[in-house]
Design a protein around this ligand. Structure first.
Ligand SMILES: NC(=O)C1=CN([C@@H]2O[C@H](COP(=O)(O)OP(=O)(O)OC[C@H]3O[C@@H](n4cnc5c(N)ncnc54)[C@H](O)[C@@H]3O)[C@@H](O)[C@H]2O)C=CC1
Ligand SMILES: NCC(=O)COP(=O)(O)O
Length: 338
């Protein structure tokens, strides 16, 4: 079965997302990319391609036309919002277009017009300044998936060939982590990770390694109580449910190469505990995946990089990896394996 079309969002139009989209399309053959269509302002992409001297024919189209166009042009589903912003100069007035792109891409995936969602980076602070009430894509996508009912628990997984790692608490201040970190949250996260490593990554019997929260996983309680009181009971519960879960391990010694051979995914207790190791070993190839949703979503692991936007130096490798992984996950979901 040929890979089905992916829906790619515009991301923050002042960031590097638009140029990465152009660069990815240019590399579609060498990088073995599945077909994708971007929800964006076609004229903005045309202007940017011209400015960066990138030979990319940008073709406005609808979802039905997009797959056949992909071989010869970048298919773009036009947004209602026009983009009038300079690269590197973020502006909250672009927020409605950024959000329109996400909303319509999600709708296209849920309607079956696209196989999976791939998002270009957004700047949270720009959206917050425009009144956006969600911490990031991860939480907003769960809100969209709720359809007015209870929102599913979205789980952030950062993935590269050498490591898959999940922050159990996500976009929250460090000072709020101990109160938010509950045995129930860890168990619910572990269940989702174990189930989707099988259904969406093809890992038959996933092995999960859980970190502690505190230095040395609490050093028997002397350096913090949460490791024994909150994390250990969650591991016991996961094991009781037949999930291969181990720990709590000291976070500082569970990410080196030899340790990584012992598990399929690491669950870390907070954002930086999870993201520092993967961005250190695979900043250019890492992919951010949202689990727990009724649809597939991947994204590059990096942000909007306003400091280099429009300068022609941004690397599309992580976006390319996100596109390939989304297609691979869709293949597993369809039951066809990799
Ligand atoms: N999935 C998403 O939507 C994400 C969005 N962000 C947002 O991005 C904004 C900026 O975040 P930062 O912490 O500055 O991280 P960043 O990833 O945007 O930039 C960090 C450094 O890496 C460089 N860099 C990033 N991507 C690159 C690429 N593809 N090629 C070459 N160099 C690259 C940048 O120039 C910068 O020096 C924030 O507002 C944050 O909310 C951050 C991470 C993910
Ligand atoms: N640091 C990861 C990140 O900010 C990604 O957030 P999201 O927008 O994918 O929720």
């Amino acid at each position: 079965m040929p890979p089905r079309l992916l829906a790619l969002t515009q991301g923050d139009p002042a960031g590097i997302g638009p140029e990465l989209t152009l660069l990815a399309w240019r590399q579609r053959r060498e990088a073995a990319l599945p077909p994708f269509a971007c929800l964006a302002d076609p004229e903005h992409l045309q202007r940017l391609a011209q400015k960066l001297a990138l030979d990319v024919p940008v073709m406005p189209c609808d979802w039905r036309e997009a797959p056949a166009l992909f071989a010869t042009a970048l298919p773009v589903i036009p947004l209602h919002h026009r983009v009038e912003v300079e690269a590197g100069r973020p502006d909250p007035r672009t927020a409605p277009g950024t959000i329109e792109s996400i909303d319509r891409a999600v709708a296209a995936v849920r309607d079956g017009q696209a196989a999976a969602l791939v998002t270009n980076p957004i700047a949270k602070s720009v959206l917050y300044a425009a009144g956006f009430a969600h911490p990031g894509h991860t939480e907003y996508l769960a809100h969209l998936a709720a359809d007015g009912g209870p929102a599913p628990l979205p789980v952030m997984l950062l993935w590269c060939d050498a490591l898959a790692v999940v922050p159990v608490t996500i976009h929250v201040p460090l000072s709020a982590v101990p109160a938010l970190l509950t045995t129930e949250l860890i168990v619910a996260t572990g269940r989702i990770v174990a189930a989707e490593l099988t259904s969406r990554f093809g890992v038959a019997k996933p092995r999960l390694a859980l970190s502690g929260l505190n230095p040395h996983a609490g050093e028997g309680g002397a350096l913090g109580k949460e490791d024994d009181a909150v994390v250990a009971p969650a591991i016991a519960q996961l094991k009781a449910e037949g999930i291969d879960a181990r720990g709590p391990y000291p976070a500082d010694t569970m990410f080196h190469a030899r340790a990584r051979t012992g598990y399929d995914a690491a669950l870390a207790m907070y954002h930086d505990q999870a993201l520092i190791p993967i961005k250190t070993i695979a900043f250019d190839e890492g992919v951010n995946v949202t689990l727990g949703l009724p649809f597939i979503r991947t994204s590059p692991d990096h942000g909007t990089a306003f400091d280099i936007a429009g300068k022609g130096v941004a690397r599309p490798d992580s976006l390319c990896a996100a596109l390939r992984l989304a297609a691979r996950m869709a293949t597993y979901q369809d039951g066809a394996g990799a």
